[in-house]
Design a protein around this ligand. Structure first.
Ligand code: AMP
Length: 432
């Protein structure tokens, strides 16, 4: 639901209608933003009026500028106040789920503030503390941070939030998915309460709505596009299914890895034990591999992730729980050694591929025992996913659904089943 204030301004077609500082209008012009996007049309007046705001908007909607422009405008006005302290204090904290987003927000802030003296810094884990400590201690008005690393800085006194005026939670749903809720709560507890709080999220599941309710005061609601209860499976992902008996999964995985170049592969296994086993088998087959699951400490998981991210190892084997706590994206291939228990987990897993290049590959090794999970996943994808068979693999006899006449081929044979009719669950066989 939109409030009337928002609707009144929904026809604004130019940045001039927002009464922004000339330095900001100049930057907007130079960046080539000719007209405000819908989320900017709705959000800028609400934020400028001093209200809290809950916004559902997807990445790519222009939401970063939607909150940064009115905030920067406020900062420019606050700056001209002669009683304002000379040494810049942090007035704006933007919490984000990933280092990529922290850098992106810092970049947009610097772009929009290019004709001003306002400073911005990004704070995120996985790199040394020192440069961030220096930036924070020198004084910076805008901090874009991931929650874990920010708490480290708060713990050693590198931050001062006593003059904080804005708290922004960007991509709140992803932050909660990653498991940042306790960190967010610890941070918010230590912030001044007379602040303006803005929360943006692509989806509005109950956990995000209740977080919003607990940290905001009478927020205006702004919604651009569809507010989904959960994220969609991204377009541009090439889904593949390899039907295979459970006991042949490792041999098939090695075969798939051999068959085509895969620079970085994230393999998901159902349990810690299976993840260990898969990692050990892949190492034995000559692959560089690391493993993460909840038996490893957080520093060990971060070290494994860094090795994977730096392409020092080709393969990372993970369980869902371990992967949720880590910032892993922009990889070329996800392989589901085991299918996940829920459609949500499938979306989380495959969403890690195909971000940067807009295409990615998600292969699933599916045994008979997992067919019922597959039906739910295919229903979510909305189309039949091709089945790939390696004929002759274990003499062809083991592949339960291999079409006839394929035994002589060496590469995989592709078979795409006809689309499912509503209410008919094809190939479902439950094991007892
Ligand atoms: P965001 O949704 O904040 O990630 O923004 C997506 C992209 O849209 C960024 O590259 C912005 O630079 C760009 N952008 C933001 N606002 C506008 C605008 N009013 N006109 C054109 N591009 C914009």
């Amino acid at each position: 639901m939109m409030n009337s204030f928002v609707e009144d301004n929904a026809s604004a077609e130019s940045f001039d209608s927002f009464s922004l500082h000339p330095d900001l209008l100049r930057a907007v012009k130079e960046l080539g933003f000719s007209r405000p996007t819908p989320v900017q049309v709705q959000a800028i007046p609400v934020i400028s009026a001093g209200r809290d705001l809950t916004g559902t908007a997807q990445t790519g909607s222009g939401k970063t500028a939607a909150y940064l422009l009115p905030i920067l405008n406020w900062l420019l006005v606050a700056r001209s106040d002669p009683s304002a302290p000379h040494h810049p204090r942090t007035r704006v904290l933007v919490l984000v789920p990933t280092r990529e987003l922290a850098l992106q927000v810092e970049g947009v802030a610097k772009d929009l503030a290019r004709f001003t003296k306002i400073r911005a810094a990004a704070v995120y884990g996985g790199v040394g503390m020192e440069p961030q400590t220096k930036a924070l201690r020198a004084g910076v008005e805008i901090v874009a941070a991931t929650p874990g690393r920010l708490l480290d800085h708060m713990g050693i006194g590198n931050t001062r939030f006593d003059r904080l005026s804005f708290l922004v939670l960007d991509e709140a749903d992803r932050m909660l998915d990653i498991g940042f809720m306790p960190d967010i709560r610890r941070i918010v507890e230590r912030l001044p309460t007379n602040r303006q709080t803005l929360l943006f999220s692509a989806t509005m599941p109950p956990a995000v709505a209740s977080l919003a309710a607990s940290i905001q005061k009478d927020p205006a609601q702004v919604s651009v596009g569809e507010a989904l209860a959960r994220p969609k499976i991204p377009d541009g992902i090439d889904h593949k299914i390899y039907p295979i008996p459970m006991h042949l999964k490792t041999a098939l995985l090695v075969r798939i890895l051999k068959d085509s170049p895969m620079p970085s592969v994230l393999v998901f296994a159902r349990t810690r034990h299976r993840a260990d086993m898969v990692a050990a088998e892949l190492a034995r087959a000559g692959y560089t591999v690391k493993c993460i699951h909840s038996d490893f400490s957080q520093p060990e998981r971060i070290a494994a992730l860094e090795a994977f991210r730096a392409r020092k190892v080709q393969i990372l084997v993970a369980t869902d729980i371990a992967a949720r706590g880590l910032d892993i994206e922009d990889i070329s291939h996800v392989i589901n050694y085991d299918l996940p228990q829920s459609v949500e987990d499938y979306i989380h897993r495959v969403g890690r591929t195909g971000r940067a290049e807009a295409t990615g590959e998600a292969a699933s090794l599916v045994s008979l025992e997992e067919l019922h999970q597959l039906a739910a996943i295919e229903a979510e994808i909305g189309r039949s996913v091709p089945r790939l068979f390696y004929p002759g693999f274990a003499d062809g006899a083991e592949s339960p659904q291999a079409p006839p006449g394929t035994a002589a081929r060496t590469g995989p044979v592709v078979y795409t089943p006809p689309p499912q009719r509503p209410g008919v669950r094809r190939g479902v066989r439950r094991t007892r």
